[in-house]
Design a protein around this ligand. Sequence first.
Ligand code: ASP
Ligand code: MG
Length: 422
Amino acid sequence: MKVFKFGGASVNSIERIQNLASILKEFPGEKIMAVISAMGKTTNALEKVVEAFYNGNRDLAFQLLQQIKHQHAGVAKELLSINYISCEAKLIELFAKAESLINEKAVRSFDHYYDQIVCIGELLSTSIISAYLQEAGIPNHWVDVREFFLTDNNFRDANIDWNTSQSRVKENIVPLFQNSDIVLTQGFIGATKEKESTTLGREGSDYTAAVFANMLDAEQVFIWKDVEAVMNADPKQFPDARPISELNYNEVIEMAYYGAQVIHPKTIKPLQNKNIPLHVKCFLKPELPGTFIHNRSLNTLPAIIVLKEKQLMLQFSTKDFSFIGEHNLIMLYRIFEQLKIRPNLTQNAAISFTAVLDDRPDKIESLVNEASVFFDVQAMKGLSLLTIRHYNDKLFEKLTEGKNILLHQQTPVTVQVLMSEG
Ligand code: ASP
Ligand code: MG
């Protein structure tokens, strides 16, 4: 059995959905668990609906939802013939749930409504794609992943109840493969025991694929992306970025930790635990080798570059000249935890603590307000954080040339510098 994950970009047009069908046709007779995201930027569009609704702007919420409805209906109409009517009924039902929510007054948390509304993105895309594949001669069994992935009610970042989900998958999904080569489902979503929908964190479909792979003892996971392979830098920032043919779990988890937008950071653990290799492949050019990720050690790796822009440096100094110790750090990290902030780099000095963070004004304002009770806080904006793994001096010099270095941390494998324009 293989697990395939198709992200939003791989299903964002009629042609790309047709392309997905041709990829599946390349694997005749194979058992495939296909995990699919919402089409294109649907999740962002649904987020806007939730925001409008929660801000009391019901008309706007409806209007935005109608746009999403039209767009999906258009895709379904274009792709389907005999299955159109039944698929349309399914789409209408999904939208009706969202519409009735929007009609009510908001009495629960933003995150709760977020999950109830945003979850329809993957339900819509998979309903259309499943119906289309049937018509294209690719029989498949559509399932609602919310019936299998039990989560807690930590809306927007829900945690999977592993034991219950595992037994549901074993009991109910495994038998489906006796009659069907392909079982098709949604990434990113789950449900609580009260059957309220939950989401697993943005870009969480990779993680869903990895969880299924673990639970189904898959031989391999394929993540189909719009890039040639995992690259050693973001090609938008570094035009001479190169594909990496082979990586291991350890390297990928480090890359994701430092901010490389490769694979959702939670994806690796379920795979590592069962030693399941992951193949990142290009859905536009499936003949390319992509990147093969495994559990073995690697002798040579290219330099891997991650450049995070729009960084903010905050320096927290004690007000009474007392040392920064456990007590102060615990207070600060409590605030970070509450606000779901994860510093990208930290450094301690005698009476101050420095944290480098993504500059997200909504969170930073609360952070500064809360921390100012105990500390003097100084901020510096507009910085960039460069991380190079497997660095060499020449590359380091090239990438930092003409910049002011504000902070520099280094291990034999990784160097990180916080820079401002020189
Ligand atoms: N559709 C969700 C998102 O855009 C999940 C995913 O694509 O992995 O974040
Ligand atoms: Mg996506």
